[in-house]
Design a protein around this ligand. Structure first.
Ligand code: FBP
Length: 336
């Protein structure tokens, strides 16, 4: 019987962050601490997601959030967990969440830091109760306002000025995937140890894929160009490696995670119902766009790079085309 090979454990998340920190002699460790708190929040949320059916955490709270969506119990739990994990650390001066209408101030009893944290506490709400992968998405900026209290302007920064972005996916395994502007790295949680270990160093997105991912149930709302582009992806063409295969999970984090590793294109176009698409710029599209760019991919609204969109509202939505560079370029050429 062949010997069971002990899994190769890469570096722990903490060790990886400390090694990165050493590359910046002026660093004070705030960034490292911020990531450690995000990881802690991720572990707590992962443990509740795993036991949701037993812990009475399935179903909704009866409340409706600023997006007009019914708030799921796990949405609320994840939101509270992130706020509590971050607010007392002293690295962040302001937060913005999908679940909160206004920016979230740091209680006066805690010190304020230099960073602004935007997050979608639990992405994929429609998949929570049916045991399909969901996730937490985050984006980190540096405070831009000087003196006094930080404000909305500190949240409304373009994607290109993100210092870091990432997500924690709660799926068949829990993974923490992020970039600090130096490549995209994936860590897998070993729940028996309670540690994230480096499992996917320096992820590179394939330049072209074979998968397209879009909610075709919205086809009736699309304009002719979007419909034409999706039909083109489905039309057999040997030279072009078509038709592409359809995959759609309905959780941005999960559809993006697959696209990051396997290539292809994910899209949530604008349509007659959602004039600006459905996904939110600051804590969904922009963080994913930074990850895509750092992994050699691309992200666009169809007319401009997501990273260049100047935000005007905390919860503004944008059309999103994201994935392999050549596939997104094909999309832009056809939907623009
Ligand atoms: P939230 O669950 O955080 O509100 O995110 C929106 C989302 O669920 C994305 O994860 C996903 O890509 C999209 O909406 C699915 O929308 P639809 O059900 O219209 O296809």
């Amino acid at each position: 019987m062949s010997e069971i090979r002990r899994p190769e454990y890469g570096s722990t998340l903490d060790r990886f962050l400390l090694e990165r920190q050493r590359q910046f002699p002026e660093a004070k460790g705030e960034f490292t601490q911020l990531f450690q708190q995000l990881a802690l929040a991720g572990k707590i949320i992962a443990s509740r997601v795993n036991q949701a059916g037993l812990a009475g955490l399935l179903g909704h709270t009866g409340k409706v959030n600023v997006q007009g969506e019914t708030v799921q119990k796990l949405d609320e739990f994840a939101n509270d967990t992130l706020i509590r994990a971050i607010e007392g650390g002293g690295q962040v001066c302001l937060m913005g969440s999908e679940e909160n209408e206004d920016p979230i101030p740091i209680p006066t009893k805690y010190p304020k830091g230099r960073y602004v944290l935007m997050f979608d506490p639990l992405d994929g709400s429609t998949n929570i109760d049916v045991n399909i992968s969901i996730g937490t998405i985050f984006s980190v900026h540096r405070r831009v306002s000087e003196g006094g209290e930080p404000g909305l302007a500190d949240c409304l920064q373009p994607g290109r000025s993100q210092l870091a972005a990432g997500y924690i996916i709660y799926g068949s395994s829990c993974m923490f995937v992020f970039t600090t502007g130096n490549g995209v790295h994936g860590f897998t949680l070993d729940p028996t140890v309670g540690e994230f270990f480096l499992s996917h160093p320096d992820i590179q997105m394939p330049e072209r894929g074979k998968i397209y991912s879009v909610n075709e149930g919205n086809e009736g709302q699309w304009d002719d160009k979007v419909r034409g582009w999706v039909d083109w992806l489905k039309t057999p063409n040997k030279e072009q490696g078509k038709p592409y295969s359809a995959r759609y999970i309905g959780t941005l984090v999960a559809d993006f995670h697959r696209t990051l590793l396997k290539g292809g294109v994910f899209a949530y176009p604008a349509d007659k119902k959602n004039k600006n698409g459905k996904l939110r710029l600051l804590y969904e599209a922009a963080p994913m766009a930074l990850l895509a760019a750092q992994a050699g991919g691309l992200a666009s609204t169809g007319t401009q790079p997501i990273l260049d969109v100047e935000p005007t509202e905390l919860h503004q939505r944008v059309p999103l085309y994201i994935g392999s560079k050549l596939d997104v370029e094909d999309a832009i050429a056809r939907v623009r």
